[in-house]
Structure formats: C-alpha cells, structure tokens
Design a protein around this ligand. Structure first.
Ligand code: GLU
Length: 359
C-alpha cells in the first residue's frame, strides 16, 4: 500500500459518519470558497508503520490527497488546493516566506475566494503565521494549520485539524481577527501562538491563552487580538521586495561575543538577543553589543523564557541610554519576523520600539 493510500485509509474511518450528516447542512446557504495552500510538514507526512508517530518523513503527501482524505470538508466549503511547497518547515527562508505571502495576497484579492487555509510544518508555523498577520491586507480569514502525527499514524491529528481549519476559514466570525492558528481544537492568534512541546498534539500554546475552541465544526470565541494586524498594519507584502537580514543569538552562562560580531560582519541590520530572564545582557559581552548597536545595527532584547518571556524596557538594562529596543512579549523567533519586516526600510531605534509595542 503506498503512503497516500495509507493516509486515506487512516482518515477514512470517519467516512461512516458522513452518512449520518443531515443533508440540510448543505442547504443552509451557499458554501464559502476556501483555498488550501499546502506547504508540507507533518500534516503531509507519512511513516513506515501505523505506530511511527514520531519518526517519519514529513512533506510527502500532495494537497489533493490531503483534501480527499477528509471528505467531510465538502460539507463545510467548496475547497480547492494548491501545492506551494513540499518542505519541512525548518527549510523556510525569507524568500519562501515572501513567495507564500505574495500568493496569499493575490488570492485574498479575488472575489471568488472567501478564506485561506495553509497547511504547514509545525516547527516554524508560528513564524509564517505572524509574518502573514503583519503583511496581508485582508479581513478574510487566513488559518495556518499543522499536525503532530503523520496521517499514517494511529490517532493522527491532521484530519481533524484540517477540518477545523476549513471550518474556521469559512466562518464569518473569523473575519477581521488576523491570521489564526488551529491545532488540537484550539484557536490561537498567530501573533501569540508558539510551539511549546514537540511530542504531543497540544503542541501550541499562547502565553495569554487561546482565542477560542472549535467543537464539532463550530467556533467558540472568548477573546480577540488587540495588537495591530492585517488591515490595520502599516506593512504590506505588495510593497516588500526583500526582508531585512535579522539574526538571533541565544544567551546562556559563559556566553562569548563571537556570534554578535559575526552577524555584524555578515551584514545583519538587527540582532535579536534571546537573553536570559528579562532579556538580560551579561556584563562580559556588554561593551561588544553596545559598540555594535552604536555602529547602527539594532540590538533588540528578547527573552529565552519559553512561555511569557516579557521584556521590560529599562528594567534590568538602560535601553534609553544604550539606544536599544525591547521585543515586549514577542519570543526571539517572532521578534526576528517583526524586525525583518519593519527594517525593510531604515528606522530609528525609537520608531522600531514603537512598532514592537504596537504589533
Ligand atoms: N520538522 C517538520 C516540519 O516542521 C515536521 C514537524 C511538524 O510538522 O510537526 O515541517
């Protein structure tokens, strides 16, 4: 049996229930038109056996097979698929982010598209989601979805996650809430959600909690994002040719200054300091990073604290005196995305700080 057949067989255990769905669901009005942009990841992965839940190959199943494996999608929307990439998400580059963003931007401008679902590897899903949240000008729902188990595994989570994503993308209540992420029945804003465990289906969490839940195709909302996004954003994919070169350095005890100097030499326009605790800077690297920031490379203090690293401006470091920026509550990888978008034009540290407060 080939991989795609295995996926379909695993997902089709829900086929039986199709016959129990009342026909009235389809008669409740016109179905939305949803485009599924497939990019790879575990949701498109396959393993050697049904018990291979953690060792498998990601990005092997094509978008048409993903859609066919969840026939219930046709109850929710008119769904069509496009294969944008077939990659593991650690292979995303700035160029790929821009390519995906441009396709999303084209699609949302089309009158016959009501919402977008992006299937994605979970490793960098939060970065892509946040990027789209910053640069796509639309109120139409954009939902990024992944899975923690390949479709060939026992208790694969991809089919229900995809079903929930299409349910969200086709719901009027999702409009205007920015880019959403769903896994494990939860709805998160792409700004906040982060992969916080890599071995369980509840892999994503948000430091300030999920926005809601999807239960039996119905979205239940409890809060909405207040930070600027999509139609309220000053950034627009249609005006971006190239993202800025922003690099992250992870801090730890006995840290030396080599990487900061290397990134400066290689042309980084900003360095995200994934600092300990409140984004602290060790005294033995202080002179180096101050010199780098005074030479014009932005120094952005973030925190390596996994859940809710919140960096207080002028807390443990004198950011005003040093000309530094704090990432607010954005983790280092999200801070990189925001700085890479914001620094597509040169900015003062003060303007960059404003952006970190507002987004
Ligand atoms: N590392 C792969 C990726 O991010 C697989 C992980 C996953 O999708 O859960 O695409």
């Amino acid at each position: 049996m080939n991989n795609q057949c295995m996926v379909i067989r695993q997902f089709s255990n829900t086929l039986f229930f199709l016959f129990l769905v009342p026909l009235s669901i389809q008669a409740q009005g016109e179905l939305s038109n949803i485009v599924i942009l497939a990019t790879g990841g575990t949701i498109a992965g396959s393993g050697a056996t049904s018990t291979s839940s953690a060792s498998y190959e990601s990005a092997t199943v094509g978008v048409d097979a993903l859609i066919q494996a969840v026939p219930e999608l046709t109850e929710l929307a008119n769904v069509r698929g496009e294969q944008v990439f077939q990659i593991a998400s650690q292979d995303y580059t700035n160029e790929r982010l821009l390519q995906l963003g441009r396709r999303v931007s084209e699609l949302v401008k089309s009158d016959d598209v009501d919402g977008i679902v992006i299937t994605h590897g979970t490793d960098t899903l939060e970065e892509t989601g946040f990027f789209l949240n910053l640069v796509i000008h639309t109120e139409k729902p954009i939902v990024v979805v992944g899975a923690m188990r390949p479709g060939t595994a026992l208790s694969a989570d991809g089919a229900l996650n995809l079903f929930n994503a299409v349910a969200l993308a086709s719901s009027a209540d999702s409009r205007g809430k920015g880019v959403l992420i769903t896994l494990n029945d939860e709805i998160h804003t792409a700004r906040d959600a982060t992969k916080s465990i890599n071995i369980r289906p509840n892999a994503f969490s948000s430091p300030w909690g999920p926005l809601g839940m999807v239960v039996e195709r119905q979205a239940y909302w409890f809060r909405a994002p207040v930070k600027r996004h999509t139609v309220h954003s000053e950034f627009n994919i249609d005006e971006i040719d190239k993202l800025a070169n922003v690099q992250v350095v992870y801090a730890h005890g006995n840290l030396d200054d080599t990487l900061y100097k290397e990134h400066q030499r290689n042309g980084a326009v900003a360095i995200i300091h994934a600092g300990t605790g409140n984004g602290s800077v060790s005294s033995h690297i202080f002179a180096t990073v101050l010199g780098i920031s005074q030479s014009g490379v932005h120094f952005i203090r973030s925190s390596r604290v996994m859940q809710g690293g919140f960096v207080l401006r002028n807390g443990e470091e004198d950011d005003d005196a040093n000309g530094w920026v704090v990432s607010h509550d954005l983790n280092p990888q999200k801070a990189r995305i925001l700085a890479a978008v914001a620094l597509t034009q040169s900015r003062s540290a003060g303007d960059l700080q404003r952006i970190f407060w507002e987004y």
